[in-house]
Design a protein around this ligand. Structure first.
Ligand SMILES: NC(=O)c1ccc[n+]([C@@H]2O[C@H](COP(=O)([O-])OP(=O)(O)OC[C@H]3O[C@@H](n4cnc5c(N)ncnc54)[C@H](OP(=O)(O)O)[C@@H]3O)[C@@H](O)[C@H]2O)c1
Length: 141
């Protein structure tokens, strides 16, 4: 790592849009922390792809819809930054993790459907993380 190394955190990057973003950032020269919910093998594949691009990557299993695990998740990211890069900061957060749910038109207003989706799109979690103070330049999580 050099002083100019940029580190991005991309949530939900084991596949789909998050994976593409993580690889695009690696191609631009950033190191990445990717998170995922359950697909460990796919996440490991993304880490390998980033490494093949000459960058450093770490995959963390973190369920963003599990608000009770927030403090542990933040601690894990801090430890990862310190152990892997010798830093406490990162430079870019891509808040991508989430799910899409298809519902019949008449069920769109069902609070259960809305609650699950919103939880997975982490609105509560990111508000809390933000409240814990994120400083640009880098960010402190
Ligand atoms: N694709 C679209 O057309 C579209 C349209 C509008 C908005 N979006 C939004 O864009 C984002 C990415 O979409 P996508 O199509 O790339 O989704 P995707 O292919 O289903 O991938 C979702 C990613 O998020 C992770 N994830 C899901 N729930 C999570 C949770 N509770 N905690 C942590 N990680 C979680 C998944 O991890 P695992 O692999 O471990 O499950 C995976 O890495 C989502 O927020 C989605 O709502 C997508």
């Amino acid at each position: 790592m050099t002083d100019s190394t940029k580190i991005a955190i991309v949530t939900g990057a084991s596949r789909g849009i998050g994976r593409s973003i993580a690889l695009a950032l690696a191609r631009e020269g950033l190191d990445v922390v990717i998170t995922y919910r359950s697909n460990e093998q796919e996440a490991a594949g993304v880490v390998k792809e980033v490494q093949d691009l000459g960058r450093t990557a770490v995959a963390l299993r973190q369920d963003v819809a599990d608000f009770g695990s927030l403090d542990a998740s933040v601690a894990e990211i801090r430890t990862t930054l310190s152990d892997t890069w010798g830093r406490e900061t990162f430079d870019c957060l891509v808040n991508n993790a989430g799910i899409g749910q298809l519902s019949a038109f008449g069920e769109i207003g069902n609070p259960d459907n809305i609650g699950t989706t919103v939880a997975a799109v982490l609105s509560g979690r990111m508000r809390r993380v933000t409240a814990q103070r994120i400083e640009v330049g880098g960010f402190h999580i």
